[in-house]
Design a protein around this ligand. Structure first.
Ligand SMILES: [Zn+2]
Length: 169
């Protein structure tokens, strides 16, 4: 049975005391520490090529192994979303970016060890330099048009509305 993070954690990360859960925020009964939980921010991009095609990447890892995703990932603590985007795209694809513009923000959740809420920040961008080479948790990349998007094989739920918004413009 998976539960959201605030019902899943049992002990205080500060003193090891028991957390009182099932209230607005888990609170340590020993030291009073309030263990706030928030949605986790991710930063991703629709890479667009000279033909106007859009890149999706195939996931090598769970969740949604083998499904099509957008390149990007979780931000580090305190990291600027654009810095995080550049870092992720370099790690995953070996490319540097240009013409980065905000596309939108899409809330979502999925179940990993517990129910994990996300706020997905997505940009449009173009490749400035580098040689495209999938690394890390990506098995391949492919360029798509509106007609060839693999709608039934998309990874996280937020990607569908995000793509629909993109093609509306
Ligand atoms: Zn405590």
């Amino acid at each position: 049975m998976s539960s959201k993070a605030s019902n899943y954690f049992k002990f205080c990360p500060v003193c090891g005391g028991k957390l009182k859960v099932n209230q607005a925020h888990p609170t340590c009964i020993k030291c009073g520490f309030i263990f706030y939980q928030n949605s986790k921010p991710t930063s991703s991009a629709f890479l667009i090529n000279a033909q106007g095609e859009l890149m999706l990447v195939k996931r090598r890892v769970a969740p949604f192994r083998g499904y099509w995703d957008v390149p990007g990932g979780f931000l580090e603590e305190g990291e600027d979303p654009i810095v995080g985007l550049k870092r992720e795209l370099y790690e995953e694809l070996g490319v540097r970016l240009k013409n980065i513009a905000l596309h939108g923000l899409y809330p979502d959740w999925y179940v990993d060890q517990y129910k994990l809420y996300t706020i997905n920040i997505i940009y449009t961008a173009q490749i400035a330099s580098g040689t495209l080479k999938p690394q890390d948790d990506i098995s391949e990349y492919q360029w798509f048009t509106k007609k060839t998007i693999p709608w039934s094989r998309l990874a996280f739920s937020w990607i569908r509305p995000c793509l629909k918004d993109f093609f509306k413009n």
